[in-house]
Design a protein around this ligand. Structure first.
Ligand SMILES: NC(=O)c1ccc[n+]([C@@H]2O[C@H](COP(=O)([O-])OP(=O)(O)OC[C@H]3O[C@@H](n4cnc5c(N)ncnc54)[C@H](O)[C@@H]3O)[C@@H](O)[C@H]2O)c1
Length: 357
């Protein structure tokens, strides 16, 4: 039985609570404690999920018997808890992005390597079965040599303006959304970024008092020569039919593949909510045979996979084989994604192409 904890139990941390609780139902792991600096949030979760709570993650990690910790603090606040957890010998599951600086990622990796702990980054796009098939097809050479690709990922405006308006200015549509597909493209192409050129707008959100980009359009050239355009934004109208609009495509010498990961074919319209499309492949609420609420989908699978990977390690498996065979993104992937995202932001500042270092 693995003992687990969570740091940051806001909107996304709740999904981690759900996934860890399900592993508890299966006697695989136990959610020992959670930590959040917001006492109201913390107390309500502690009561609902019958788990011990802390407002200081250092105190929690110093006093609890925990094997691993999931970190779901805001984008710019992953580094410190990651380093503290690594130093204390805890395996780490960190939300994307691993950190918003290359130096921060390198520091986290160094501490994780020193303590010999696993660090897995939650790039859950890899767990979507449509993406898995897409990557398999691209890697198989079915489309010949890939020449270029295109990605868009767009959120409705309530995400930066209501969900986390207190820290949206510390993030961007690249950090919050783009990194998901940057990771997926890297994974499919088996290649790291070489250079980036990006343009962006600070307009609508800035007028609302949130100083961050509305949208960014970035062209990234990968080391294997493939050029991929990433269009990301978080200003879609609140009445758009889904919280997120997204797709990916590649074109090669022998073919093309396109995957619309927003509209998967189920559309509905009700008087109450207007037009909607379901994203139930991501997270679907359902019941188990005991009548307990459980969740399915690639968003939950990627969290559970971290625990399965830990079990593999606990049973004598080695990191090298795990990295070779697992579909998960590890610390090195987190670093390479951050290198690309940092170069995109640097290009936005300089208004010129930037080499990825
Ligand atoms: N994998 C995904 O698809 C996905 C989706 C949404 C968000 N996220 C990521 O999850 C992270 C959290 O996003 P969110 O939407 O849940 O934000 P949120 O603002 O709803 O939650 C963040 C929580 O962290 C807490 N917190 C801040 N500093 C803390 C500290 N030092 N110790 C303990 N708790 C602390 C806050 O009080 C808050 O409750 C972000 O990095 C975000 O990018 C991932």
């Amino acid at each position: 039985m693995l003992n687990l904890a969570i740091i940051g139990t806001g909107r996304y941390g709740v999904n981690i609570i759900h996934a860890f609780k399900q592993l508890e139902y299966q006697n695989i792991a136990k959610l020992v404690s959670i930590c959040d600096i917001n006492e109201d949030v913390l107390n309500s979760h502690c009561k609902k999920y019958k788990v011990k709570g802390y407002t200081d993650y250092r105190k929690m990690l110093d006093s609890e018997d925990i094997d691993a910790v999931a970190i779901a603090t805001p984008d710019h606040l992953h580094k410190e808890p990651c380093i503290y957890a690594a130093k204390s010998g805890r395996h780490i599951f960190v939300q994307k992005p691993m950190d918003i600086t290359v130096e921060g990622c390198l520091e986290i990796l160094e501490e994780a390597n020193k303590s010999n702990v696993l660090i897995q980054v939650d790039f859950h796009k890899r767990y979507d079965p449509y993406h898995q098939q897409l990557c398999k097809d691209v890697k198989s050479g079915k489309f010949g040599t890939i020449e270029y690709g295109y990605v868009h990922m767009e959120d409705r405006i309530e995400v930066p303006s209501k969900w986390f308006s207190s820290w949206a200015h510390k993030s961007s549509p690249v950090w919050f959304l783009g990194v998901h597909f940057i990771d997926l493209v890297r994974w499919c192409l088996g290649s790291n970024g070489k250079s980036a050129y990006a343009t962006g707008y600070k307009m609508k959100l800035k007028k609302m008092g949130i100083d961050t980009y509305d949208s960014v359009s970035a062209k990234v050239i990968f080391e294997n020569g493939v050029s991929v355009t990433f269009d990301v934004s978080w200003i879609l109208p609140e009445n758009f039919e889904a919280i997120v609009n997204q797709s990916i495509r590649f074109v090669g010498t022998e073919g093309i593949i396109e995957c619309d990961t927003q509209d998967r074919g189920t559309r509905l319209c009700s008087t109450e909510k207007g037009m909607e499309t379901y994203n139930i492949g991501f997270i679907l609420e359902t019941k188990d045979v005991s009548g307990r609420t459980v969740y399915k989908g690639y968003g939950i699978e990627s969290i559970m996979d971290f625990v399965y990977n830990l079990i593999y390690i606990k049973n004598g498996g080695d990191f090298e084989t795990l990295r070779k065979n697992s579909i998960a993104a590890f610390g090195e992937d987190g670093l390479e994604v951050t290198r690309i995202a940092v170069a995109i932001h640097e290009s936005l500042q300089k208004d010129e192409p930037v080499s990825i270092r």
